[in-house]
Structures are given as C-alpha cells and as structure tokens.
Design a binder for this molecule. Sequence first.
Ligand code: NAD
Length: 351
Amino acid sequence: MRFVHDILPQRVRFASGAAAESLAAEIALLGSERVMVIAGPAEKDLAERITAGLPVAVRHDDVAMHVPVEVAERARAVAASHEADALVSIGGGSTTGLAKAVALSTGLPIVAVPTTYAGSEATPVWGLTEGAVKTTGTDPRVLPRTIVYDAALTLSLPVELSVASGLNALAHCVDSLWAPRTDPLNQALAVEGARALHAGLPQVVAQPDALEGREQALYGAYLAAAAFASAGSGLHHKICHVLGGMFSLPHAQTHAVVLPHVLAFNAPFVPEAERRLAVALDAPTAREGLARLRDRLHAPRSLRDLGMPRDGIVKAAEAVVAAAPAGNPRPVAPQAVTALIESAWEGADPR
Ligand code: NAD
C-alpha cells in the first residue's frame, strides 16, 4: 500500500438541538466580536434563533444559487463596511458558497451551519458564476474552521429536497471510489458515508419529523463530503457539472438522477469498490443496492423531468468527454457517454 493523504484542518461539532450552544463556543474560541451572519430569507428565523447570543455586527440574507459574482461582491462590501471579523453561514450549499466567496477575498474565518446534505462545508472548494459560466477553485482560506451540525435544523427540509440532497451526498461517496485522488483513507470515509446515508434516508422519508434518520443522513453527508474533498471530482461530478451549467438544471436533483447511470457505467471496471459499496448498501451488488434505495426514496428519475432538452444530449456528451478525468476506470468514449446521458434523460432503469 502506498499513498499520500492530506487531512484538512477543521473541527466538527455534531450535537442535535445544540446549534446555539455550539456556535457560542466556537465564536468565543475565535475571539470574534463582530460576526457577519449569512442566511437566506427562508432560513432567517432559524438563523436568528441560533445566533441570538452572538456578537452580531450584521445579518446578510442576499443569497443566490451558484454564487453569482455580483452577489459575492455585495456580501464582501457588507463584510468590509461592518468590519466583520468572522462569518457564520446558516443554510444549504448556496449559503455556504457565499460565505466562502467572502472568505476567499478577506481571509475571514467561517463557522458553517449546514441545513442540507450538500457538504460544501467540508471542502476547500469555492464556486462563482459570471453570466452562464461557473468557475470553481480550491483555496485553504475558504475551508470553514468549524462545522456545527445540528440535525434538528434539517427537520424543516422538505422530504423531496432531503431525498435529492441525500443522493447528492451519496454521489460524493460513490464518485470518491474512483476519483483522481482516491486512496484507502477517503475510500473508508466514502463507504461509511454510504452506509449511513443508506440507513438514514429511508427513515427521513418514512418519518420526516424524527431526529434519528436526520442524524444518520447528516453524519453520512459529512463523511461523503470529506471523502469527496480528498478524492476530487470523478466522472459523475464532471457529468453533473456539464449538465447543470449547460441547461441550468437543479444541482441536487441532477446528481440524484445521474448517479445510477454512472455507477452502471463504471462498476464492472472497479470490482473491489463495487463489492464494498454493495455491502454498505446491503445488497448483492452496488447497482441493485442503489436501485432499491432509489425505489424506497421515490427518487427523481429523468433529466427530461428536470427540463433538459433532448437535442442537448450530443452536445453534453462532447463536453463530458472533453472534461472526463483521465484516470476514470473505464475509457470515456463518446458513444458510451452519449448512451449514458440518453438513458439518464429517459429515466431508463440502469439495472
Ligand atoms: P441550496 O443551498 O440552494 O438550498 C436549496 C433550497 O433548500 C433553498 O431554497 C433553501 O432555502 C432550502 N433549504 C435549505 N435548508 C433548508 C431547511 N433546513 N429547511 C427548509 N428549506 C431549506 O442547495 P444545496 O443543494 O444545499 O446546495 C447546492 C449548491 O452548493 C450548488 O451551488 C453547488 O454547486 C454547491 N456545492 C458546493 C460544494 C463545494 O464543495 N464547494 C459541494 C456541494 C455543493
């Protein structure tokens, strides 16, 4: 065995119902006196509740999907004019992404309080959108210093969104098994993440108001993101990035639809990863396990339903072939990728 693995410097606080307490402890440790709280309008009440005891200098709710450059500029100006010395982000990947954009230019520390399973809080990856073009990059300054996980904050996440977001997290696990920097450590995180998501998500669907399934899902989402941050973007993420950018498809739902098709594409070429994933998903094969899980979750099925035009398939396949990671276990040939996207577009059963 031979590998090099970076461990990211970050604290994880996991305690359901304790976000206010956890935040107070973290802000005290940072010695911050002028906190900028970033939370979108939908998370405003929840954010006020858990930050009531903090030294808040300003509350900022101007959040938008995929962090448009002008939204980032406005947030940076607010941070500067209020002399913020720390950022607290409360929300999904879009909100965490905005805090990262501010940290990227200011170096301010972030304490992230995630309310979906997107996982941006555990990565040093930032994203900014200018016009229709999304640029991403990696910078240690945008990695939140601390993540405050409180599963009680996810109780309000609608079931449909919980399922899509949870499958987005599962995609981080699956893609990590063959991504460019995959190694035994991030594979261990990925497999345990898949096990926890497989245990938690059906409980979220069956009992959305119960904490137990939400805790498993959130724990799995962290492991998934930590694995992904370490292993990098594999074929699945490249495909979703192309499709999302080209046709403005919703992030989590696109991942949820595409995942079984990429698994079916790569699985025969990675027998050991397939075997471990099958165990995590409690099925004879990983493909069968994912199919059964998706059935139980009533997962979104087709790119057509998400609004992708059929005549975009060939153009998307060309872009995927150009962006595909060189080390993908199966050669990424144009015809095979076209067939993959076609079957995801139709919502065909990849079993
Ligand atoms: P999102 O942040 O846009 O949230 C989706 C919706 O869910 C919003 O309407 C939000 O108001 C609502 N919501 C969030 N939490 C809620 C709660 N607890 N209760 C009720 N409603 C709630 O979507 P997302 O899927 O969390 O994040 C997607 C974004 O994150 C994309 O832009 C993606 O590129 C980015 N992302 C980045 C990384 C990274 O490493 N940089 C990783 C994953 C995702």
